[in-house]
Ligand binder design. Structure first.
Ligand code: GAL
Length: 332
């Protein structure tokens, strides 16, 4: 990403955040975007997910701390930064975010541990299980060459944590890289992830306690090489936005629609419109947030990666509209 574009983006994000300070939630949502927590510190929550629980939004994301380095011997730009675990922030208005601490702590100097700072801990997503009364977090766990490809799971009795790590798994012995989690209205939950070396995505039903993949899964977007899945449901239909596979560099998003989460999924075009839509406005999707009590209002949450200094990566949160089944995301 060009330095000029990054600076412009940051200025727009900051302007919007401060300009909206005294406005009602509706305006904030239209241009929803955040950079700082209520203590004035930069929000460190990359590849984020948001859970809405009892009137509060909980934001979870990757803590990226320290110096970025390039893993030698790879045939792609495998930039890495120490994995600092998962952070949690909370908000009631999507505008003021209070830091709630480290939801899932990393482990230091234990290279065999999934949560060691030398590992990959990415794209955390949390849902609540009504039956077990546990908050369940799933995340992508990997090693520097991204060939470990597993889903990690952690649980907590309270939304902000601390979460206890329960281990990692390859669902049905299949690779899991970029992932998201979806809890349906009937209480069933699904893991959606890039599998088969990023060639094909899988949608896998979780066990009733959300802690294990079941053997019920489907292959979707076969051989389309898609990643960074974000999913939401509107008026009975499921929408899945994905990115292409170009590492930390931005590319065009695409979306697919289905009447049943297990498919068939019908591929649509790029949900982003206008200038720079071909590179998702220099971002990569991480989550689509349904705004509570505002049916049909969504925020597309993207990461603006700074690949040579990952800790400095920014965020781009944009309003997402949906009309007659067509998604549109504009850069204001
Ligand atoms: C991206 C992926 C990120 C991260 C990165 C590593 O494509 O979406 O979450 O894994 O690759 O290069």
């Amino acid at each position: 990403m060009k330095l000029f574009s990054l600076i412009t983006l940051l200025i727009v994000i900051k302007t919007l955040a401060f300009a909206n300070t005294n406005r009602p939630i509706a305006d904030t949502v239209e241009h929803g975007t955040v950079l700082f927590d209520t203590d004035g510190n930069p929000i460190n929550a990359h590849g984020p997910g948001v859970m809405y629980h009892k009137g509060v939004y909980y934001l979870f994301g990757e803590i990226k701390n320290g110096k970025t380095w390039l893993v030698p011997g790879q045939n792609w730009e495998d930039y890495r930064v120490p994995a600092g675990g998962i952070s949690c922030y909370s908000s009631t208005d999507l505008k003021n975010w209070k830091y709630r601490g480290i939801a899932l702590k990393p482990v230091v100097n234990d290279p065999d541990n999934d949560l060691d700072t030398g590992r990959v801990i990415e794209r955390p997503k949390v849902i609540y299980n009504q039956h077990t009364k546990k908050f369940v977090m799933w995340m992508h766990i990997d090693k520097n060459d991204y060939n470990y490809s597993r889903g990690g799971v952690a649980t907590s009795d309270s939304p902000e944590g601390p979460y206890q790590y329960q281990g990692s798994i390859k669902p049905n012995d299949q690779m899991l890289r970029d992932m998201t989690l979806f809890k349906d209205e009937d209480g069933k939950a699904y893991l959606i992830y890039s599998s088969e070396d990023n060639n094909t995505m899988h949608v896998c039903l979780l066990s009733n306690d959300y802690l294990k993949p079941t053997t019920t899964y489907v292959r979707i977007l076969e051989n389309k090489k898609r990643e960074s899945p974000t999913i939401f449901k509107n008026k009975g239909k499921y929408y899945l936005i994905t990115s292409g596979c170009s590492g930390w560099s931005p590319n065009a998003a695409l979306y697919a629609v289905a009447d049943n989460i297990m498919g068939p999924w019908e591929e649509q075009g790029n949900p982003c419109k206008g200038p720079d839509s071909g590179v998702t406005f220099f971002s990569q999707g991480a989550f689509v947030l349904p705004v509570a009590d505002r049916p049909g209002k969504y925020i597309f949450m993207g990461d603006v990666w700074n690949k040579t200094d990952l800790e400095k990566s920014a965020y781009l949160w944009l309003p997402l509209s949906i009309n007659d089944g067509i998604i549109e995301v504009y850069y204001p």
